[in-house]
Design a protein around this ligand. Structure first.
Ligand code: MSP
Length: 486
């Protein structure tokens, strides 16, 4: 295999800095973290690059900064730091955190803009529309409810202005064939069909890449038109290559095209159409795969600041710890589906799967090895076949964890059926041999279980591997998953 194939580049979207991260943002990031860890395990640390960051320009940010009585830069420094804190609390192991206000990003975006212009992909025209400051975009009449933007409950402003446009039309046939051939894979299939539908319906007009300074006061200047600022998508999407130091950086050479770009369905069009078109205009290959997850609601309702119902991942970490939180989030929802989150399900699942399932199994088995074999389990060859690995590679996290949990259940049932405490009390050598064989099987299963969920809970995985591999197997002194206080 060539070196170019033996690498893995994975990205999350860069998050808007209007507020602290919520569970929706955390979901995208945790998925990428698990995939990055999974591939690090296979390819080695140096061969994997996991990128996340924050999207910091735009009218909405300028507005929020004014409200907070801060300069936009100070404001974004603060909010961006909150994202970093949350990712730290969740033990997210990214390689690079990009901010669109990084000088290096801004500089490369200017180069990208110049290239797009010089190669004739941009033209100027009049843009006329309803602009919602909340959405940071012009919105269509059909999206309005009672004349207001439904997301922000505000009347949009009418705007006509000169903008620069990107000639998207020219690229659509090529994008269509890349998607159809799988060169640009879109997972799951429903989202692929959705994008192809947009192309077929000709619902994809050229998009504007700039706004007047009045409309967007906080952003990157267009290098050839000082009255205009770069509008969100060219600035934001470029992050995936500016972070690698496009065009000449070593990381760019090594890692582009991205292997998987994870995102939510709300930004599918931008990633599946605008982004490949921009890349084609720059003569660059498209990402290999876009992995699109569904939107989360909380108790059937949209998560929103005004409803105050957003779940803060930091609160979950305080209760369950970083690794259990990641496990609980990925094990409850199938990737790609729209899912409803119920807060009370977290504690039920924590108790069932982790405290009473996995934690209890580790205790039972190590306790018996200590008691009946004096800690000496005598295993010559550790198993190498793990469970659920194909599923993880294919973004089927819940299903992978489900397979691992089948093994835990099988083991608990094996103990109940074989009643090792009776075998242990027996004087017969046949029973003693049977007991040893049973405990060996259980210890090897614990090893398989721990190694199989390594990408989800690396510290817990290592703790279990250390326990079972020890010369003298002992029951853990601290519970792997502490019981909840109430
Ligand atoms: N800044 C843009 C992305 C630019 S990428 C070049 C953006 N930011 S965002 O903060 O609004 O969203 C970032 C990610 O979080 C998206 O993948 C989005 O789908 C995800 N989620 C935001 N709210 C969500 C839910 N309620 N549920 C699931 N995911 C959600 O878009």
């Amino acid at each position: 295999m060539s070196d170019k194939l033996r690498k893995f580049y994975i990205t999350t979207p860069i998050y808007y800095v209007n507020d602290k991260p919520h569970i929706g943002h955390a979901y995208t990031t945790i998925v990428a973290d698990v995939l990055a860890r999974f591939h690090r395990g296979k390819l080695g640390r140096d061969q994997v690059f996991f990128l996340t960051g924050t999207d910091e320009h735009g009218a909405k940010v300028a507005e929020a900064a004014t409200k907070a009585n801060l300069s936009p830069q100070k404001f974004t420094d603060q909010v961006s730091a909150r994202f970093k804190d949350t990712w730290k609390n969740l033990a997210i192991d990214y390689n690079h955190f990009i901010r669109t206000t990084d000088a290096s990003h801004e500089k490369i975006v200017v180069e990208i803009l110049k290239k797009l212009k010089d190669s004739g992909h941009l033209y100027d025209g009049d843009y006329e529309g309803l602009y919602c400051v909340g959405c940071e975009r012009f919105i269509s009449e059909s999206e309005l409810v009672d004349g207001k933007c439904p997301d922000h409950n505000r009347v949009p402003e009418k705007l006509v202005e000169k903008n620069w446009f990107f000639n998207l039309q020219k690229f659509l046939p090529k994008i269509k064939s890349a998607i159809e051939s799988g060169g640009l894979a879109i997972y799951p299939q429903t989202r692929k069909n959705e994008v192809l539908g947009l192309i077929d319906k000709q619902a994809l007009p050229d998009f504007s890449i700039s706004r007047s300074k009045q409309a967007v006061p906080w952003g990157i200047d267009l290098p050839w038109d000082k009255d205009q600022k770069t509008y969100v998508w060219v600035d934001a999407l470029s992050n995936y290559i500016t972070a690698l130091d496009y065009p000449k950086g070593k990381d760019f050479e090594k890692f582009w095209p991205a292997d998987v770009q994870v995102l939510g369905l709300d930004i599918l069009k931008f990633h599946a159409v605008y982004w490949p078109a921009m890349l084609m205009a720059l003569d660059l290959p498209s990402p290999k795969k876009l992995a699109i997850h569904g939107y989360f609601t909380i108790d059937g309702k949209k998560m929103s600041k005004s409803l105050g119902n957003a779940i803060d991942p930091d609160d979950l970490v305080k209760i369950y710890g970083a690794e259990a939180t990641k496990y609980l989030i990925l094990s409850q929802f199938s990737f790609g589906q729209e899912s409803d989150i119920k807060v009370e399900d977290f504690s039920v699942k924590y108790n069932a799967d982790l405290v009473n399932g996995l934690g209890n199994l580790v205790n039972r088995v190590t306790n018996m090895v200590e008691k009946y074999l004096a800690g000496d389990i005598d295993i010559k060859n550790w198993p190498s076949d793990l469970v659920g690995q194909e599923e993880i590679g294919n973004l089927r996290f819940k299903e992978a964890l489900g397979l691992i949990w089948q093994l835990i259940q099988k083991d608990n049932a094996l103990i109940d059926e074989n009643k090792p405490w009776q075998l242990g009390a027996s004087e017969s050598s046949g029973d003693k041999a049977k007991l040893k064989k049973l405990l060996q099987e259980l210890i090897m299963d614990l090893y398989i279980i721990a190694k199989s969920f390594q990408a989800f809970m690396p510290m817990k995985s290592q703790a279990i591997v250390d326990i079972v591999e020890a010369k003298n197997v002992q029951k853990p002194t601290e519970p792997l998953f502490p019981r909840l206080n109430n």
